[in-house]
Design a protein around this ligand. Sequence first.
Ligand SMILES: *Cc1c(COP(=O)(O)O)cnc(C)c1O
Length: 400
Amino acid sequence: MTDTEHLVALAEQHLYPNYRQPPLVMARGKGSILWDTEGRRYIDLYAGIAVSAIGHAHPKLVEALSRQAALLMHQANYYLSEPNILLADDLCKRTRMGRAFFCNSGAEANEAMLKLARRHFFDRGEKQRFQVVAFDNSFHGRTLGALAATGQKKYSDGFGPTGGVTHVPFGDVAAVKQAMGPEVAAILVEPVQGEGGVLPAPDGFLPALRQLCDDSGALLLVDEVQTGMGRTGRFLAVEHSGVRPDALSMAKALGGGFPIGAMLCTEELAKALPPGSHGSTYGGNPLASAAALATLSVLDEEDLVQRSQKLGEDLAARLERIVERESHVVERRGMGLMQALVLEDAVDLPGLVARLREAGVLVTAAGGCAIRLTPALNIGHEELEEGLQLLEQVIGDIDR
Ligand SMILES: *Cc1c(COP(=O)(O)O)cnc(C)c1O
């Protein structure tokens, strides 16, 4: 057996089979190129689901991680650490928020946000105010609280009751208005539904949610786990609408590939989670914080938020041409470097993603009907073009 076959056999034997992994083993990445253990090369247009925003093995990130690993990796929030303090300061300034809480994933960041909202009202004597309004087709993570907020049955089926969340159609202001009441603590929304198939909130929707929250005293919670860190052409996607949330969650690209999540909130909410009420052993540890600081400084040095916007426009135009040419492609949607091609229902989406991989380009499926492109924000023009040509070829071959 080759090493790869041996590894795949071991994986089949012992890895928990909750993912649908093809029999290939990724070995190495540089920028927007990945290589597997057989030496096959792939153009990476998914960046680990919008995580590796500065590409693989960025020298600044590798250096920051190495330096911090040798200095101090972890001490569990019993004491302060410099990288964590500097990260909180940086993120609060960028997002115009007052406070930052750190954890290790997007689901945990959303859990923190949901617990923040519930406990805020509990603290103010509104003990029955814990209901959350969230949206159909949304995705907020896999832990039970985040799962309760997720508006897609395929993620929650079989896991028994989860509660405290009312789901209404995304974009439907009247339905949200109807769902608001004295028991509603918060509205939770993705500015662009990512897993749901790259669906930007309709114009005016986020401002309308802000208004409904202001009218009822509820909090506006924005899930920027996928859309944050410049993905949509602004540091936060919510900036496109000018809306200021009461709290927001980040993760995915925050550590450039190193796990870290964050919940940011206004100063007014600083008392909602007093000492002892919430925490995370690894949360914001010096290593994860150093990774996020390095990733943020690369975003600045390489002007990647601006690049996401500009290159996103080029990418959108390029994808529109594919929509015109290919009869199986219904539409393009997305913002910045978070884009999708929506395919006809008849197209076998997993099969298409597999053929693209075999052709040497990696994308993800989203929403059951779309090919999602979330390349690194610093992907080279040549790599992007090479990937798009392969995409166009493979889509063009669907019938033949
Ligand atoms: C990926 C994602 C999450 C969950 O993040 P994990 O790190 O997988 O827990 C939550 N919300 C949105 C919008 C996401 O895209």
